[in-house]
Design a protein. Structure first.
Length: 271
């Protein structure tokens, strides 16, 4: 691979942010002419990672890098070495040079291995593919969520129509108790035991419905009691007598008539 040296140097020293930077010791292998083995030493260098390019300088303040590693087709792995906290950058090509680096501590070593493993173009391509897959799944999920309320409303409407218990109050058939409608509000019938608003705006529990009454209280012939109008309706439950206070007044009329009759009998001396 041919690189423009001037452009590479400018990129290495420009103000663009680095992905990772720090001191590492780089292993240097020297061949001894008078022996057939390799001598190993380590050089402390300042490393700067930008994209998939790993630059290293002699000092942190150096204006030009002394080396460059292109992180493509390589793997970053821990390695066994005489030095602790060592890791290696190895390439797939046979005969390619491996870079053995040593960090100052465990945390620094883990940070460098993570940063270098994510620096290659192949890794970024995998990340982009995964993000595209997640975006596609999110779009499908959003479309399904937009369609689900319509389905639920239609299915809920079907259940609503098929189950009488789910009908609104105004759609329920009028319940009967003792042959008459139960207590209601606003002219409509509701279940027995519902509350009713009095004159002061408070809510009181309505009394139980009285049994069906005969027109003449205590009369075996069924003739109406004196003072009562024969046209008086049997049931007090109507829009005009829907609250407890009006019911009280309604039944109070009959009680007042019976009380007057009792008083008159007492005056005449009849028990």
């Amino acid at each position: 691979m041919k690189l423009n040296e001037r452009s590479v140097v400018h990129y290495a020293t420009c103000d663009s942010p680095a992905d990772h930077a720090g001191f590492l010791r780089k292993r240097v292998e020297r061949h001894h002419h008078h022996a057939h083995h390799l001598g190993t030493s380590y050089q402390r260098r300042w490393f700067v990672l930008k994209g998939n390019l790993l630059f290293y300088f002699e000092e942190r303040e150096s204006r030009e890098p002394v080396g460059l590693v292109v992180l493509e087709g390589c793997t970053v792995e821990l390695c066994e070495a005489a030095e602790e906290f060592a890791f290696a950058i190895r390439f797939d090509d046979a005969g390619a040079r491996a870079y053995v680096l040593v960090a100052d501590g465990q945390a620094a070593m883990e940070a460098w291995v993570k940063a270098l493993s994510r620096a290659s173009f192949d890794y970024m391509r995998l990340v982009v593919r995964e993000l595209e897959k997640q975006l596609e799944e999110a779009c499908k999920s959003l479309a399904a969520c937009r369609m689900s309320p319509r389905r639920s409303s239609s299915s809920g409407r079907k259940r609503h129509l098929s189950n009488p218990a789910l009908l609104p109050l105004q759609e329920k058939p009028t319940a009967l108790e003792n042959g008459y409608s139960t207590w209601g509000s606003s002219g409509g019938c509701v279940a027995s035991g519902a509350t009713c608003i009095d004159h002061d705006g408070g809510q009181v529990k309505p009394p139980p419905l009285p049994p069906r009454r005969r027109s003449a209280a205590g009369s075996a012939t069924g003739s109406p009691a004196p003072g009562l109008s024969p046209a008086m309706p049997e049931s007090p439950v109507s829009p005009e007598t829907i609250c407890f206070s009006k019911l009280h007044n309604y039944y109070g009329q009959e009680i007042a008539v019976l009380r007057r009759e009792w008083q008159e009998r007492q005056k005449r001396g009849h028990p």
